[in-house]
Design a protein around this ligand. Structure first.
Ligand SMILES: [Ca+2]
Length: 313
């Protein structure tokens, strides 16, 4: 089978970095057409820079990286330096990128790429707030039907929230954008906290990255080490969740994940629960299903895949 063509929309972020590395290490299954940066974990200037740092770390400097939206559609930006550090990629010492940003706006790249390909052949992989994707859908509604799938990290149901008691960070930062994407009619696969909170980087798993004894292995070990400190304290768990790589792992080994095709709505009004993904897991409404909402991951299989692929870079 030909590799699946994808656009990675991202706000790196240590876990975004690992998700990108996994994609770049898997050319049999994934062809990365381009990377689009969005403001999220840190401001756009840094996410656009970090995306290039990660491409250079992987030795894939031919991948075009575009800068996108620098603020959510209707709200001021909320960032997460408390999790990811000042740069967004705190942990390893990586050089500033030499590769330039690609010319043009990320939203136009998304629109042009979908229009240039056969319908149903390009998958969008959002790893941050959905601002770029929603803006593209609003500006060019004709592309919505052309999307093969939107496979995104965001939201939560049983795990509820991580940035507020009710909301997961990516959805909370731009709930209006999330609403546009979830109501768009595109095929959507969601990796919520319910899944990612099972994909924990334990000390043993970080050691496996370090044992690759490569530039990428050491960088990933240092990134996940950094990331882990914060989350271990917060959740009292044995390690931090590695959220975004669940998206790219799904493209390689979908059988590692299971979930339900259900209705998911986004709360955009309530101050208390803003950005909540109201997922009809028990199918108690007659609202039409609009997303494959994952609930489980084979964590051992996920980390085996990740370690095996990172060893190739
Ligand atoms: Ca992210």
């Amino acid at each position: 089978m030909a590799p699946r063509k994808i656009i990675i929309d991202t706000d790196p972020g240590q876990d975004d970095a690992v998700a990108i590395l996994l994609a770049l290490a898997s050319p049999e299954e994934i062809e990365v057409l381009g990377i689009t940066a969005v403001a999220g974990n840190v401001p756009l200037e840094l996410t656009a820079k970090n995306a290039r740092i990660v491409c250079e770390l992987a030795g894939h400097t031919h991948i075009p990286v575009y800068a996108g939206c620098d603020t959510p559609m209707k709200r001021p930006l909320v960032t997460a330096e408390h999790v990811h550090g000042k740069t967004g990629l705190d942990g390893p010492l990586l050089p500033d990128p030499e590769m330039p940003l690609a010319d043009g706006h990320a939203v136009d790249f998304i629109i042009d790429t979908l229009r240039a390909h056969e319908p149903g052949t390009v998958t969008i992989c959002p790893l941050g707030p959905l601002t770029n994707i929603a803006t593209a859908f609003q500006k060019a509604p004709d592309i919505i039907d052309k999307v093969q799938e939107v496979v995104l990290m965001g939201g939560a149901y049983f795990e509820v929230g991580n940035i507020t008691p009710a909301a997961e960070f990516n959805i909370y930062v731009d709930p209006e954008a999330a609403e546009i994407v979830f109501k768009s009619g595109a095929h959507i696969v969601v990796m919520p906290l319910d899944v990612t909170h099972d994909a924990l980087v334990t000390p043993h798993r970080i050691d496996a990255f370090r044992a690759l004894d490569s530039k990428v292995g050491h960088a990933v070990a240092e990134m996940t080490d950094f990331f882990e400190r914060f989350d271990k304290e917060k959740y009292g768990s044995e390690g931090a969740p590695l959220h975004d790589p669940c998206v790219t792992a799904y493209l390689i080994r979908p059988e590692l994940f299971s979930g339900r095709h259900i209705n998911v709505e986004i709360e955009t009004q309530s101050e208390l629960t803003l950005g909540m993904t109201v997922a009809d897991w028990w199918r108690v409404t007659d609202r039409a299903p609009n997303a494959m909402f994952m609930g489980d991951v084979d964590a051992a299989g996920f980390f085996d895949l990740l370690t095996e692929r990172l060893a190739r870079l």
